[in-house]
Design a binder for this molecule. Structure first.
Ligand code: ASP
Length: 301
């Protein structure tokens, strides 16, 4: 049997890795491993940037973005600005597998989810409402002009025993975002990319900056040219922040608004990660030892 590998953003990604690694070890598909793992993170109200209990937008609604990419044929399923569904990654999977389209947004995505019988649920929790009220009070009139503190994404990359490589993402995006704002997480090449012939990458952090460099695609292309996941993650991130540094203060990721981090795997099951700040931890597991690792990504820049 061949190698498998799975890696996820942030310490809360551990939950996704724990579920996903069991499936992969049994020979299951990467897409199932990612969906089941991310569903758990989406359902956990303690993870305040994904699914239930996610961070509300400017007007107090939880608006979710999610995506899947299948590395066999480069097909994508993505949804953006979806309200009222706790598991947007499952809608993204249906878009990928049941439609000729790649991206559905807002009401159209919600109608589509209804037509496939996906469960609706309230996303706002007492603590997310409290955090929103506090942020609104603190940030007052500035909210339309600047990106607010508070955002994260569950991004997962997986290699299964059949050699299939998959990437998936799910997030509530930026705190106090304008209604309808779409981040990098449902945008192919920016928040995620997967290609069975090379590997996969996912990103987390300020979507407005990540999408300027098509960061996940850039990582996969560097791996295609021979870089390891670690080298490719660091190099692609360095190139992006180098290109932006005269216009945006991205060099040290000191302000929340400029934080960026990435996780990547290659087709052999090697894992890498990088961030422009000191506090990006990610979770991963490999078939070679079958345990969950929590590691700090090296800071670049
Ligand atoms: N990338 C996400 C977005 O901009 C947020 C994050 O991952 O921190 O929507």
């Amino acid at each position: 049997m061949s190698n498998w590998a799975i890696a996820a953003t942030w310490p809360f990604g551990r939950l996704a890795v724990e579920v996903g690694m069991k499936l992969l070890d049994e020979g299951g598909d990467g897409i199932d491993a990612i969906e089941q793992g991310v569903n758990l993170v989406e359902a956990d109200p303690a993870v305040d940037s994904v699914g239930v209990g996610g961070i509300p937008n400017l007007v107090g609604e939880v608006e979710l973005d999610a995506a899947f990419m299948r590395g066999a044929d480069l097909a994508v399923g993505a949804v953006a600005s979806v309200k009222g569904f706790p598991n947007p990654i499952s809608i993204a999977r249906l878009v990928l597998e049941r439609t000729p389209h790649h991206v559905l947004v807002g009401e159209g995505a919600e109608r589509f989810a209804d037509s496939h019988g996906l469960q609706r649920a309230p996303l706002l929790t007492a603590s997310s409402l409290e955090a929103w009220t506090k942020r609104r009070r603190e940030q007052g009139q500035l909210t339309e002009e600047r990106i607010s503190r508070g955002h994260d994404t569950i991004g997962v990359v997986a290699l299964d025993r059949k050699g299939a490589i998959t990437a998936g993402t799910s997030t509530s995006g930026l705190a106090l975002k304008l209604p309808g704002r779409v981040g990098d997480s449902p945008l192919v090449g920016s928040g995620f990319y997967a290609d069975d012939t090379v590997g996969a990458a996912v990103a987390t952090g300020c979507g407005e900056l990540i999408m300027r460099g098509c960061l996940s695609f850039a990582i996969v292309e560097l791996m295609r040219m021979g870089a390891t996941p670690q080298q490719a993650s660091a190099e692609a991130l360095l190139r992006l922040i180098g290109r932006l540094e005269n216009t945006v203060a991205v060099r040290d990721g000191a302000v929340d608004e400029t934080k960026i981090a990435v996780v990547a795997i290659d087709r052999h099951g090697n894992v890498g990660a990088a961030a422009n700040h000191d506090d990006f931890d990610f979770a991963y597991s490999l078939s070679s030892d079958g345990v969950i690792h929590l590691a700090r990504a090296p800071k670049v820049g």
